[in-house]
Design a binder for this molecule. Structure first.
Ligand code: ADP
Ligand code: MG
Length: 437
């Protein structure tokens, strides 16, 4: 199976999604990737960087636009047996028991009734659901349901497991237990699986589990870094080696390759989505303000180790990426090497009272967010100083998917309202100038 020493390989993989009313959007850009036998690879990257798409293409669920996936010496052109996926949440059939839900994975493969039962019982046992065979999904906790998802994947004796944020919907303790159990199965070779690719949005989880960490860059999705994680198992989250890898990954995820989120947003770096179509980070004002305040106070006093301040402010990694991108975009902070430093403007914002904060914020979004300047200009020029939001949404959809256009518009409306640069009427769906002069 592992001819050429690899289990599965992606060669120059590209994926373009075709929207009905405008040109295609490149989501994966020439991704080359190899999974070797015996490896766990974690994939980290911002939301929208194409991680889920990558797994779907690897598994054969979605065809690539260019390039190919090679598995067992053959090109993958349809959902491959031998590759099983686990998702963040599982659609279990409520009218089937745990056993029935797990057996389902085998029915599609045409496995006979007795063998189905035997294998399903074994998978249920392996994943720690023993005693719950006859329970219905509604009787199970979230963690138990996710175990059923794992059992359904494991029952086909997959060569390769593709995990798409499988622990993200679980509470911290449940996630920790399930992660530990999965690692035990793997280390003790109680599952026939030969390789695992796991998308995660938690850096520590990735550093704990993986032999290698692949960091995806965005717009378009690509592999930015491939970091070996050779720490001995079981891994101690507090050890110096562990913290060093966490810092390294944090650094990669909070800086752009050009080190210049702002330049890119303003269209000064040759990115296809620059300018008004820049995918604004969906940072909430509350959290952004909270982070800037924390950063500018002791013990940080303007400079912090990102994993450290994330822990002390209880901000999740994924939210932190969004906030740090927003801080850099607005000119309130600079991130490098896993640290964040407040700029003079960031410090001024932290020190200001509510009214001045709004003024500083307004100044900075007008200067740094072309979409804000654009909306202001349109409203200024219109006789009634108002415009339907659908107009801006349509413009955004030239650059972004429908869903993302919606999210970016929501973000810009939130920011603009807070800055009192424009007002928004939810019922009418219109934007207008707050105080037209
Ligand atoms: P991630 O898992 O890293 O968050 P995804 O792979 O889900 O990223 O999405 C990458 C990009 O592709 C996003 O911009 C998303 O909106 C877009 N996308 C994902 N699936 C589709 C689809 N079926 N049709 C069109 N666009 C899609
Ligand atoms: Mg995803």
């Amino acid at each position: 199976m592992a001819e050429n020493g690899f289990l599965i390989a992606a060669e120059h993989l590209c994926k373009t999604y075709q929207a009905p009313d405008h040109a295609g959007r490149l989501v994966l850009d020439h991704v080359d990737f190899t999974l070797k036998e015996g490896e766990i690879v974690a994939i980290l990257g911002k939301s929208g960087s194409g991680k889920s798409t990558f797994l779907r293409v690897l598994s054969g669920l979605t065809p690539p636009s260019e390039g190919r996936v090679m598995y067992r010496g053959r090109e993958v052109t349809e959902p491959a047996t031998g590759i099983a996926m686990v998702f963040q949440t599982f659609a279990l059939f409520p009218w089937l028991t745990v056993l029935g839900n797990v057996e389902l994975g085998l029915e599609a493969l045409g496995v006979g009734r007795d063998e189905r039962r035997e294998r399903a019982l074994k998978a249920i046992d392996v994943i720690g659901l023993d005693g719950f065979e006859s329970a219905y999904p509604k009787e199970l906790s979230g963690g138990m349901r996710q175990r059923v998802g794992f059992a359904r994947a494991l029952v086909v004796n997959p060569d390769i497991l593709l995990l798409d944020e499988p622990f993200s919907a679980l509470d911290v303790l449940t996630a920790e237990t399930l992660r530990g159990d999965l690692q035990d199965l793997w280390v003790e070779r109680r599952v026939p699986t030969k390789g695992i690719i796991m998308v995660s949005h938690n850096i520590e989880e990735a550093v704990e589990m993986a032999d290698r960490i692949v960091v995806f860059g965005s717009d378009p999705g690509c592999i930015r870094a491939d970091i070996p994680d050779p720490l001995p198992r079981p891994r101690d989250w507090a050890s110096a080696g562990f913290r060093q890898i966490v810092d390294q990954v944090y650094g990669l995820l909070t800086t752009t390759p050009q080190g210049a989120v702002g330049r890119r947003a303003r269209g000064e770096v040759g990115a296809p989505d620059a300018g008004i179509g820049y995918r604004l980070p969906g940072a909430s004002i509350q959290q952004l303000t909270g982070l800037i305040e924390a950063l500018c106070q002791p013990p940080y006093s303007g400079r912090a180790d990102l994993p450290h301040i994330a822990e002390s402010t209880q901000i999740e990694d994924e939210e932190m990426f969004v906030l740090v991108e927003a801080m850099q975009l607005l000119g309130f902070g600079n991130a490098s090497g896993g640290d964040i430093e407040a700029t003079a403007a960031g410090q001024a914002f932290a020190d200001a009272d509510i009214l001045h904060r709004k003024q500083i914020f307004a100044e900075h979004i007008l200067k740094n967010v072309p979409l804000v300047a654009h909306i202001r200009k349109v409203l200024d020029e219109r006789p009634g100083h108002s415009a339907p939001e659908s107009r801006f949404l349509a413009e955004l959809e030239d650059h972004l998917s429908e869903e993302e256009a919606q999210r970016v518009l929501e973000t810009v409306i939130n920011w603009g309202r807070y800055a009192e640069l424009f007002a928004y009427d939810y019922d009418r769906g219109t934007l207008s100038l707050e105080n037209p002069q």
